[in-house]
Design a protein around this ligand. Structure first.
Ligand SMILES: *Cc1c(COP(=O)(O)O)cnc(C)c1O
Ligand SMILES: [Zn+2]
Length: 417
């Protein structure tokens, strides 16, 4: 990988060659997140905005020269990325705004944003000749790894909390993963997965531990900017659990600035559930995230329920370095956002997916965004991932089906109401 300079520890600054370490800087237990640093001159020799214009590859692999893989690495066949970016004028005007787009990452092959990272994990695992790939997950990272492994016949072992929504567990079983339903929280599953990977030599995809996950997730920023004709948005809203997605959004934008493909850095707004607000609290109070203890996380948005955000260093930098903010929304606001987003844009998000829109609603009323800001809201997961929450959300806004006899009269009666 001549385009990768080194892996830099974000705690002590030490630099490693990619063949020296697989995951974190060994000097800080499991906490020493590293950042992949590139030689942008090499990259610029292999890809440009013009070459992209003529590139028919409609997946994240169109940006391969910017990804931490060998140029001849075989990409898994599932079509990850290049999800639609919809302009949403009705949604915008309801909030007194003029320019809002919804990036629908629920359109990925396993129906969440996590496919972007898992695609890279599978390529890295195969590069290392790993017999087994593993991950801990609240559900979506697992489903993503499971599906992409299935596409290339890669054995894998998945650790999820037993409370994960049934649709996500069903995905794992359907794809044929070995599934460990952990009788505990996501944080427990994470620790157990680390231990198992260490004990058995499995390749570990864990978020905020495997440095290459950020690199897959950053492709969303390339897509957003390319889809907007390289006219950078002013603000990007994204929900935050472990903080890997928001760190990836930031990384993608930093890459584009380094290449000179964009010339301003958007503000990044991280949206957290009030019941899982580690990052928001740390940011508001200026707390030291290296010493701040875990919180007890509890929210309807299972995908962003994280007591100790594993990618918190990158997650804090994403907001601080871009003049952004963290906002929190209640579970009621998250549930209300599901039908609100769906009805004003046609995009159906799971709770953590609609959370970013709930954050925009809050930010608009707090004056954090202005009418002419060009705003992108990322839906990170498909609404069908959690049907129970979707049904609860419509119940809360009073939408009910009409039970009718199979006769036109019955229909007539309902329509006349
Ligand atoms: C994982 C996930 C998030 C949060 O991503 P982090 O990297 O954990 O912050 C948000 N929404 C959905 C649907 C997810 O699956
Ligand atoms: Zn270090």
């Amino acid at each position: 990988m001549e385009h990768v300079l080194h892996l830099k520890c974000l705690i002590c600054g030490k630099e490693y060659q990619p063949d020296e370490i697989d995951y974190v800087c060994p000097d800080h237990g499991t906490e020493g997140i590293v950042d992949v640093r590139y030689d942008y001159d090499v990259i610029a020799g292999n890809i440009s905005r013009e070459s992209l214009h003529d590139d028919r590859e409609n997946t994240i692999w169109r940006y391969k020269p910017l990804l931490p893989v060998e140029p001849d690495a075989a990409a898994p066949p599932l079509a990850v990325g290049c999800t639609p970016l919809y302009e949403a004028p009705r949604l915008a005007s309801e909030l007194g705004l003029n320019h809002v787009w919804v990036k629908d990452d629920g359109r990925n092959p396993t129906a969440s944003f996590k496919d972007r990272a898992s695609a890279i994990a599978v390529v890295k695992a195969q590069e290392k000749g790993a017999e087994i790939v593993t991950t801990a997950s609240t559900g979506n990272a697992a489903a993503a790894l499971s599906g992409i492994c299935a596409s290339v016949e890669q054995p894998n072992v998945i650790f999820v909390p037993k409370s994960a929504p049934p649709a996500k567990i069903a995905q794992l079983l359907v794809f044929g993963s070995t599934v460990m339903l952990v009788d505990g929280t996501y944080d427990d599953a994470f620790e157990l997965c680390l231990q198992a990977a260490d004990a058995y030599g499995w390749y570990n995809r864990n978020t905020g531990f495997n440095p290459y996950m950020t690199e897959g997730k950053k492709t969303v920023s390339y897509e957003i900017c390319e889809q907007l004709g390289w006219q950078t948005p002013d603000v990007i809203f994204v929900s935050v659990g472990d903080g890997c997605i928001i760190g990836g959004v930031h990384k993608g934008l930093k890459d584009l600035l380094a290449l000179g493909w964009i010339d301003t850095m958007p503000r990044i707004v991280g949206v957290q559930a009030a019941g899982s607000n580690y990052m928001a609290e740390a940011w508001e109070k200026g707390e030291d995230i290296l010493t701040k203890p875990p919180i007890v996380a509890d929210t309807v948005a299972d995908s962003i329920s994280a007591g100790l955000p594993r990618d918190r260093i990158k997650a804090l930098a994403a907001v601080k370095e871009t003049g952004g903010a963290y906002v929190t929304v209640s579970d009621e606001e998250i549930l209300a956002a599901i039908p609100a987003l769906a009805r004003s844009s046609g995009v159906f998000g799971e709770p953590a997916g609609a959370t970013s829109y709930a954050g925009l609603v809050k930010a608009a009323s707090a004056g954090l965004v202005s009418a002419n800001d060009r705003i992108v809201v990322i839906n990170t997961g498909n609404g069908l991932k959690d049907v129970a929450s979707a049904l609860k959300s419509v119940e809360l806004v009073g939408t009910e089906p009409h039970l009718v006899a199979p006769s036109l009269d019955a229909v007539q009666t309902v329509m006349a109401e």
